[in-house]
Design a protein around this ligand. Structure first.
Ligand code: C2E
Ligand code: MG
Ligand code: MG
Length: 613
């Protein structure tokens, strides 16, 4: 506060007093004059003080008014709704954004309470959650607001009590855009880009929801049959389009109980809630029938079928996390059953899987633990009864599992890739055994080794066999490999390797012939020497006319193509006689000699001057 008026008035009064008293000649009353003068100066000072104070407060008021106007402008300009309610909840102030948010004018809002901005449900939720939090003087939350026109919008609210009053400042923000943005991100994360169907992530989210509520859930795991062939022969463009069309057909059966998901690749899932067994079976039948009609893709008709595996929560497992895995297994079962069909997971399958997993685990350590050994089954010339060779058959004795049949563990070794190491061990071991026989001065006969398709995969089999032949100094002519016809699926990979082996003198034999789907043309094109007629045909040879005709046909074809024919699994004299009658040259089977260990092979066959059955 300045002294302007105090000083001015006091000085003016002093001057005026001086002039007046000097005119009046009042020397006699000097004391009175001084008193009056002082009184006037005091009055001047007091009036000046009042004037200074008034001017100062006018200035202050002006400044405050300006600040308040600035604040008010700011409140009106922010894009966030701000309202102030009184102790009855009635609005006393609403800014422009608040009016815009709710679609009411300021007058209308000032006649409303905040409660009128929410539906009954949301109001109930708000009223139960706000009071305890208002104790702190502040509350923050999300809810849905209602506009004047009845439409709703998601909002974030911040409430704070004005200190010392019951008035509440409500700050409201429309979060529709933010929610839409988050929803978009969530959608992209939970849907397959190609088919737009919910993906594995979404399936896991939905499954965990079901898990929370212990909802009865079934999974139908759909895998397209031979989809890879579509990709390989027609190209990925066709493959992708096919997946899109399959997704559309699958969606046509989606209903309130069943939801379709795309796991990726050619795998889809239908998740069914609270469906009983018959309903699910009908759904599977319906799904299979969805694939009956061909798909018209870029002007080409493409046929595809599907295999479906079904797993039901509570019936098959009480572990939600296992559902997909078990349905996948049941699907593989459907594939093994000829494809284009469905299979329910069953307990037998579960027990088999558990055993498979134990076997797989034990197999991994079997070579290092020296658990494998080889038995040799003699092969005979059926015409002159002479020994022509042996088939090497692997045997596995595990300390806890005991003897495990190769029919059981070889497929597991193939699936897990362990067959490469096991197969290599067999080749090396057999050739090493032959070199030991030679060192002992025993005669060497041809030995056949069974080889799985997987062993051809990395293109190293030929060089490995060559190396072993060299290491053990065994003639390639004394080695034969047996491959099953149904396994020769990948022509381009396997046939050049068969040629390479044959060029080096290794014999090639088709094992279990007749069980696959080889055409005669296919056999003609293969670089092979021998056909082994599968033991299932020999079993029915005597009683079953059809079987004997088939065996005769195979022998005739073999002879025409200049192939050696071996009959597998000869168990009876009648079978043997019949095979000789049909001109089958070679044979093996329990009747003629079971697979034996090394020592027995040596004593029963190799140490004899001549062996005959
Ligand atoms: P495979 O190659 O067809 O072998 C013939 C199977 O028939 C052998 O069973 C043999 O013991 C059995 N067998 C021989 N004569 C008779 C008979 O008169 N009656 C009956 N009922 N069976 C007879 P094993 O040794 O159990 O082998 C089963 C299959 O396991 C083999 O069929 C072959 O596919 C596979 N395997 C065996 N050893 C090996 C191997 O070293 N490597 C590979 N990759 N697979 C092998
Ligand atoms: Mg064999
Ligand atoms: Mg066989």
């Amino acid at each position: 506060m300045k002294y302007t008026w105090r000083i001015t008035l006091t000085l003016v009064l002093l001057v005026v007093n001086f002039i007046i008293f000097s005119q009046l000649n009042l020397e006699k009353y000097i004391i009175q004059v001084i008193v009056v003068n002082l009184a006037n100066v005091c009055i001047g000072w007091i009036i000046g003080f009042q004037l200074d104070k008034y001017i100062h407060s006018r200035k202050e008021f002006g400044l405050t008014q300006k600040t308040l106007l600035d604040y008010a402008f700011a409140l009106e300009s922010v894009p966030i709704g701000i309202g102030i309610t009184n102790d009855k909840g009635q609005f006393e102030y609403v800014n422009k954004s608040h009016q815009n948010l709710y679609g009411y004018s300021a007058e209308e809002l000032l006649n409303m309470t905040w409660r009128q901005c929410y539906s009954r449900d949301n109001l109930r939720k708000l009223e139960t959650s706000i009071p305890p939090l208002l104790k702190d003087g502040k509350w923050k939350g999300e809810t849905i607001g209602i506009r004047k026109d009845g439409s709703t919008f998601p909002q974030e609210i911040h409430l704070s009590i004005i200190e010392g009053t019951n008035k509440v400042i409500c700050v409201v923000r429309d979060i529709s855009e933010q929610q839409q943005y988050l929803a978009n991100i969530k959608y992209v994360a939970e849907h397959d880009v190609l088919t737009n169907l919910p993906n594995r992530r979404k399936l896991l989210v939905d499954l965990s929801e079901n898990k929370k509520g212990s909802v009865d859930t079934s999974i139908l795991y759909i895998d397209l049959d031979r989809f890879k062939m579509v990709n390989d022969t027609l190209g990925h463009k066709y493959g992708d389009e096919l997946l899109v069309m399959v997704a559309k057909r699958l969606l046509s059966i989606q209903n309130e109980y069943g939801r379709v998901y795309h796991l990726g690749g050619d795998e889809f899932i239908v998740l069914i809630q609270n469906g009983h067994h018959d309903y699910i079976e009908n759904m599977a039948i319906e799904l299979i029938s969805l694939f009956k009609e061909p798909y018209l893709i870029f002007g080409k008709n493409v046929m595809i079928t599907a295999s479906i595996g079904i797993c039901r929560y509570s019936e098959d497992t009480t572990n939600y996390d296992e559902l997909i895995k078990l349905a996948d297994t049941a699907m593989l079962h459907a594939k093994m059953d000829g494809k284009n069909t469905y299979k329910f997971f069953d307990n037998e399958l579960k027990i088999r899987l558990e055993r498979e997993s134990i076997i797989e685990h034990a197999l991994r350590k079997a070579i290092a633990n020296h658990e494998f050994f080889i038995h040799y089954q003699p092969k005979w010339n059926l015409v002159d009864s002479s020994l022509v060779g042996f088939e090497a058959l692997i045997r596995w004795k595990n300390p806890s599992l005991g003897m495990v049949s190769p029919a059981e563990f070889i497929p597991i070794a193939e699936d897990t890739g362990l067959i490469t190491d096991i197969g290599n061990w067999i080749i090396d071991h057999v050739l090493c055994q032959m070199s030991k026989w030679r060192s002992k001065g025993l005669p060497l006969v041809k030995v056949s080794v069974n080889v799985s398709q997987r062993q051809f995969k990395d293109n190293k089999l030929v060089s490995y066999i060559e190396k072993c032949l060299g290491d053990h100094r065994i003639d390639a002519e004394l080695l034969e490999i047996e491959i099953t016809e149904s396994l020769i699926a990948d022509f381009n990979l396997i046939i050049p390797q068969l040629h390479a082996l044959r060029d080096r003198g290794v014999g090639i034999s088709i094992d279990d012939f007749g069980t696959g789907y080889s055409s005669l043309n296919f056999i003609n094109d293969l670089p092979i020497d021998t056909l082994k007629i599968d033991q299932s045909f020999i079993r029915g040879l005597v009683d079953n006319e059809k079987n004997s005709l088939l065996v005769k046909a195979i022998i005739d074809i073999g002879n025409t193509l200049n192939l050696t024919i071996v009959a597998e699994g000869i168990e009876t004299e009648e079978q043997l006689t019949k095979l000789v009658e049909l001109n089958c040259t070679l044979g093996q089977g329990y009747l003629l000699g079971k697979p034996l260990g090394v020592l027995e092979v040596e004593s029963s066959y190799l140490n004899r001057a001549s062996s005959s059955f």
